[in-house]
Ligand binder design. Structure first.
Ligand SMILES: [Zn+2]
Ligand SMILES: [Zn+2]
Ligand SMILES: [Zn+2]
Length: 308
């Protein structure tokens, strides 16, 4: 009898552990490429040749889905030119368990890879109803005051929600978002990065940034304070940009980020998940380059993968 009780308790314990982990929030990567996508318009060079031929190699522009299974809700980070494919990818990966459109969209800045997918929500396409779009103030003003984005606001396809830098927005009892500003070419908007703090894991998302030295936060501390850091990896090294001085390129090269974290232990290094790859970045198309980064202890964000 005692045995039966013990066995029952054991299975109950396993069952509870499983059902609890099933209700914990998670992130799915819906795209890993830089704004121009992969393959890149007009590129016939070695980098894109492979993916023009092989559809499997193609990658969507950088984007994340944040999911709270307990609330049956999800949020999209970035409205990319590939939003069409990405919403479809999300519903396929989650077996249509969630609403087709997210409960809200968070946008980092006004460069084409990060916000132009909003056009698909307008009357010409989806005709969405009051989808909350979360941005910092300058980005919100840009959308409101410029066509065709202003029409989405007027026709209530989207509803602008202005975020305050460094303040907490609670999405659900299990999820808090904290936006912050990062240095970047801010022609039309400021540029945001996001902390995503869930009951389970802490994430940071910085797809576009100028050099780490210009960032008001210390990237070493930022990475140490989270579990998973999706960081700008537009270019791998200076070789991709012949005749350009490395110091002048307004992104941290992957090798620069790796050098910065060189002395940290493996637990810290493996938190870094490189993302936002330019088509010239061999991380997209050279397995040797990928292995080199992984062997050094770092991670590469994978389109379609779940981070939990
Ligand atoms: Zn970008
Ligand atoms: Zn290319
Ligand atoms: Zn940008």
């Amino acid at each position: 009898m005692k045995h039966i009780i013990l066995i029952t308790l054991f299975f109950l314990h396993i069952f509870m552990a499983f059902s609890q982990s099933d209700s914990l929030p998670y992130v799915i990567v819906l795209g890993v490429a830089q704004d121009g996508g992969y393959p890149h318009i007009g590129c016939q060079r070695q980098c894109c040749k492979l993916s023009w031929k092989n559809v499997e190699m193609r990658r969507h522009v950088v984007s994340l889905a944040l999911v709270d299974p307990a609330e049956k809700k999800w949020w999209l980070f970035e409205a990319t030119p590939d939003i069409n494919e990405q919403l479809h990818l999300f519903s396929t990966l989650t077996q249509n368990a969630y609403s087709y459109l997210p409960q809200g969209i968070f946008i980092t800045h006004a460069h084409i890879g990060h916000y132009t997918g909003l056009m698909e929500l307008g009357r010409e396409a989806m005709g969405a109803k009051e989808i909350p779009v979360y941005t910092l103030p300058r980005m919100a003003a840009f959308l409101k005051n410029n066509g065709p984005w202003g029409q989405l606001v007027q026709l209530k396809n989207i509803e602008l929600k202005i975020l305050n830098t460094d303040s907490i927005l609670s999405l659900t009892p299990q999820i808090d978002i904290i936006p912050f500003t990062v240095p970047h070419r801010d022609e039309y908007s400021e540029t945001a990065g996001f902390y995503i703090f869930t009951k389970n894991k802490k994430y940071v998302f910085i797809p576009d940034i100028d050099k780490w030295s210009k960032f008001e936060k210390n990237i070493l501390t930022v990475v140490k304070n989270v579990d998973i850091a999706f960081l700008d990896a537009t270019f791998c090294n200076a070789g991709e940009l012949p005749n350009r001085n490395m110091e002048e390129v307004p992104h941290p090269f992957v090798i620069e980020t790796m050098t910065l974290f060189e002395k940290e232990n493996i637990e810290v290094k493996k938190k870094i998940h490189f993302i936002h790859f330019n088509h010239t970045n061999p991380i997209l198309w050279d397995e040797g380059q990928r292995q080199q980064i992984i062997q050094a202890g770092f991670n590469i964000a994978i389109q379609g993968a779940m981070y939990k």
